[in-house]
Design a protein around this ligand. Structure first.
Ligand code: ATP
Ligand code: MG
Length: 323
C-alpha cells in the first residue's frame, strides 16, 4: 500500500472578490522513504498544498478529494484525530518558521513537549534529564552553537535562520513519517542552507522519513528529491523522476524553468526569464493555463485545457504536445 495517496484534491478560497480555486485536480503518491519536491513560481499553490495535507488551511478555504495516509482519509478525521496525526505522522515546517512555534513559550518548553509526545508515542519511560539530552542532541545536530542558551529564549529572540533550525530540530525529535518542508531554506545564507539541505537528506536516507519539499528552486529540488512535481497556477504540469525532469524536461514550462536557473556567471551575461506573469485565479486563460507564456503554443492550447496524461512509469505531463 502506498504511504500517502492524494486523489483529485481541490482547494478553493472564498474571498471578497468571489471564490478562487487555487489547487485543482491534484494527485500525488508517495512511498515510504520517498522525497518529492513541489516546484513552481510564487502563487502556484505550493503552500496551499502543504496546508491542505496537514489540514491547516485558512478558515475561508474549502477542500475536497481524498488524502489517504496509510489508507485512511485524513479529510475525514476529527480535529482531535488530526491533532495526533500532525504531531506524530506528519509534521510541517512552514515557509515562515515562526508560524511553527508558539510565541509565548520558550524554545525549551516547546522542544520538551515534542520530546514528551515522541516518548509517549513510543511507550518509553524517559526521565526529564533523558528528554533534555534528546533535545540538546537535536539542537546540536542542526549545528546551533550554544544550545543551552538557545533553549532559554523565546522565538522572537532568535534570528530567522536560528528559528528555522529550531523547527527542524523539532522534526528531528518527533521523527514523523512525513515531513513537509515549505521553502525551509529561503531565509538562510548559502552555507547554512547547504547544512540544512544535507540534514533533511539525512532524515530521508537514514531514518526513511518521507519528505515533501516545497521550493521555487529546481536545482535545490534536484539535490534533495528523487521525484519532482512541476506546478503552474494550481495544477500539475509535469511529474517525473528528478534525474529525468532535469535532463529531459518535456513540458515547455519545465524547460523554461530550467533555463531560468543561472549557470553562467559571466559579467554582463543576461539572465533568462519567462516572459509575462502567472495568471490570476479569478481570470484564468482559456485552454492551457500556461499558453499565454508558452513558446510552443499552438491553436488547440488556447481552446481546451489538456488533461494530465500518464506516459509510462511515474511520468505524467499536461500538455497538448504530448497527446
Ligand atoms: N487565505 C487565503 N485566502 C485567499 N486566497 C489565498 C489564501 N492563501 C493563499 N491564497 C491564494 O492562493 C494562491 C496560492 O497561494 P500559495 O500561498 O499556496 O502559493 P505558493 O506557491 O506557496 O507561493 P509562494 O511561492 O509565494 O509561497 C495565491 O493566488 C494566493 O493569493
Ligand atoms: Mg508558499
Amino acid at each position: 500500500m502506498l504511504f500517502l495517496e492524494i486523489k483529485n484534491l481541490k482547494v478553493s478560497y472564498k474571498t471578497v472578490n468571489g471564490k478562487s480555486t487555487v489547487l485543482n485536480d491534484f494527485e500525488l503518491s508517495i512511498d515510504k522513504g520517498d522525497s518529492v519536491s513541489i516546484v513552481g513560481e510564487s502563487g502556484s499553490g505550493k503552500t496551499t498544498l502543504g496546508a491542505a495535507i496537514t489540514r491547516l488551511l485558512a478558515p475561508s478555504a474549502e477542500e475536497s478529494g481524498e488524502i489517504l495516509l496509510d489508507g485512511k482519509d485524513i479529510l475525514k478525521l476529527t480535529e482531535d484525530e488530526m491533532t495526533f496525526v500532525r504531531g506524530t505522522e506528519i509534521f510541517m515546517i512552514f515557509q515562515n518558521p515562526l508560524n511553527s512555534l508558539n510565541p509565548v513559550k520558550t524554545v525549551e518548553f516547546q522542544l520538551m513537549e515534542a520530546a514528551k509526545i515522541k516518548a509517549e508515542r513510543d511507550h518509553t519511560d524517559a526521565t526529564e534529564d533523558q528528554l533534555r539530552d534528546v533535545i540538546i542532541h537535536a539542537l546540536t545536530s542542526v549545528r546551533l552553537p550554544d544550545p543551552e542558551q538557545i533553549l532559554r529564549r523565546y522565538p522572537h529572540e532568535l534570528s530567522g535562520g536560528q528559528v528555522q533550525r529550531v523547527v527542524i530540530s523539532m522534526a528531528l525529535i518527533l521523527r514523523p513519517k512525513l515531513l513537509i518542508a515549505d521553502e525551509p531554506t529561503t531565509a538562510l545564507d548559502v552555507t547554512i542552507q547547504a547544512q540544512v539541505i544535507n540534514l533533511l537528506k539525512e532524515l530521508n536516507k537514514e531514518y526513511g522519513m518521507s519528505i515533501i519539499f516545497i521550493t521555487h528552486d529546481l536545482s535545490l529540488a534536484y539535490v534533495i528529491s528523487n521525484k519532482i512535481i512541476v506546478m503552474y497556477a494550481g495544477t500539475i504540469m509535469e511529474f517525473n523522476a528528478s534525474d529525468t525532469i532535469v535532463k529531459n524536461p518535456e513540458h515547455p514550462y519545465t524547460v523554461a524553468l530550467l533555463k531560468s536557473v543561472p549557470t553562467d556567471y559571466k559579467t554582463n551575461s543576461k539572465l533568462y526569464y519567462i516572459k509575462g506573469s502567472p495568471p490570476s485565479f479569478f481570470n484564468l486563460p482559456k485552454g492551457c493555463r500556461f499558453s499565454p507564456r508558452c513558446d510552443k503554443v499552438f491553436g488547440k492550447c488556447r481552446e481546451m485545457e489538456p488533461a494530465l496524461i500518464s506516459g509510462g512509469g511515474i511520468y505524467k505531463v499536461r500538455c497538448w504536445l504530448y497527446e
